[in-house]
Design a protein around this ligand. Structure first.
Ligand SMILES: *Cc1c(COP(=O)(O)O)cnc(C)c1O
Length: 402
């Protein structure tokens, strides 16, 4: 289906891109196509390598209409030629690494990233002969120093989970381009409403669609948006051969959530700004990190790079013991905010992340990199995903347990 030329606004795209009334029934809402196979007139065998762009649907791991609908919607929101959806955000991240890197290649990865990604690049990539350098992506000199002649990929995340530190995408893309490396960006915290990484040169824009794009905490999925050629290559290797495809039912749920993404992000931002301000003024809170606050160390970059400050806040309450005690109180006494991992849902979620524990399990930072982490997180942070409830109710809920 070709996109209509008057589909220019982001709200219109989020609702209509990728879908159209059913030609057979006139149904306004999209159908879910659950079929794993398709009746075909093609009598001979075929290989995935033979598939053309306009090939008919043959088998669900090759392509599925419901998943294609969501892919086109995300591509329209990101302003890219194409997109591929995956079974999870981790399947999307794995696809980028395994499809763009080979034995003997070097990859530069943010020294702080989603914990699953941090563990994947440390434990899995070296087993395949891929060299990994971890760099503080907020320090451009560190990124420059990390580059080598065989660097093929630079993987960033902005704002980064869980410390909400930012990366200057334009600057990192310039460094990578000069070195002949591609750039992938985990844009999960930002959502397509806050940043459009492809517009400043990012090759692979990755999302955990489980978070803001789906937005309702009821479907796991991932996506990578990029050029037609890059996405076709991902589809062939990661989709058809590795097989980590998204289910049509999840695509349908996530597309239903994606339709309201522009409206939801506006509300997430507005409520998060009020909650962040409340936290910053609270005597028990020692530090708040939110891109929309002037106190964020990279507030100027946030204003330049983000069209929406999103709904993710990190805050400290003092030392690790105080944090642990507060977390225990939150887990038992919060009435509205759920004490749970994950983020980007309409329900507010909060989780305690102690620095020492995370260093052991996921990040293993030392020296200057650990200093930078601690400058944001101290002994530990609460990661608060501000949902779509009323700001006053969230503030009252937090005030009771702080
Ligand atoms: C959750 C998350 C992931 C992983 O996504 P899943 O859908 O849980 O596999 C990757 N990156 C970030 C920033 C995330 O928050």
């Amino acid at each position: 289906m070709s996109e209509k030329s008057n589909m220019t606004g982001e709200r219109t795209k989020a609702i209509h891109a990728g879908e159209a009334p059913d030609p057979a029934t006139g149904a306004s809402a999209p159908n879910i196509v659950m079929s794993s196979t398709y009746v075909t007139e093609q009598v001979a065998g075929f290989s995935a390598h033979d598939l053309e762009d306009d090939a008919p649907y043959l088998y669900a791991r090759w392509a599925n209409p419901s998943v294609d609908m969501l892919s086109r919607k995300i591509a329209a929101m990101e302003g890219t030629e194409a997109c591929m959806c995956f079974a999870s955000g981790m399947a999307a991240a794995t696809a980028i690494f395994l499809c763009s890197l080979s034995s003997g290649d070097h990859v530069v990865v943010s020294d702080v990233s989603y914990a699953g990604v941090a563990e994947l690049v440390r434990e899995t990539l070296p087993r395949f002969g891929i060299d990994v350098t971890l760099a503080d992506m907020s320090d451009l000199d560190a990124v420059r120093t990390a580059m080598r002649p065989n660097t093929r990929l630079v993987h960033v995340e902005t704002p980064v989970n869980p410390i909400v530190r930012l990366t200057d995408l334009e600057a990192v893309c310039a460094i990578a381009r000069q070195a002949g490396a591609k750039v992938s960006c985990d844009s999960t915290f930002a959502s397509p409403m806050a940043t459009r990484p492809a517009s400043v040169g990012v090759d692979y824009v990755m999302h955990s669609a489980t978070k803001y794009i789906g937005g309702h905490g009821d479907a796991v999925g991932g996506a990578v948006a990029g050029s037609k050629a890059d996405i076709a290559a991902l589809n062939l290797e990661a989709g058809i051969h590795h097989g980590g495809i998204m289910s049509p039912f999840n695509a349908w749920l996530i597309a239903r959530g994606a339709a309201t993404l522009p409206l939801r992000m506006k509300a997430h931002e507005e409520t998060a700004q009020a909650v962040a301000q409340f936290l910053e003024d609270h005597p028990k809170v020692t530090r708040v990190i939110y891109p929309g606050l002037e106190s964020h160390p990279q507030h100027d970059l946030a204003k330049r790079q983000m069209h929406n400050f999103s709904g993710m806040i990190a805050f400290q309450v003092g030392d690790a013991a105080t944090g642990q005690a507060t977390a225990t109180r939150m887990a038992s006494d919060l009435e509205i905010i759920h004490y749970a991992v994950s983020l980007g849902h309409h329900r507010s979620l909060i989780f305690w992340m102690e620095t020492a524990g995370l260093m052991e399990s996921s990040f293993r930072l030392e020296g200057k990199q650990l200093e930078s982490y601690r400058a944001f997180a101290g002994d530990g942070i609460f990661r608060l995903s501000v949902g779509l409830e009323d700001a006053e109710d969230l503030i009252r809920d937090l005030d009771r347990v702080l």
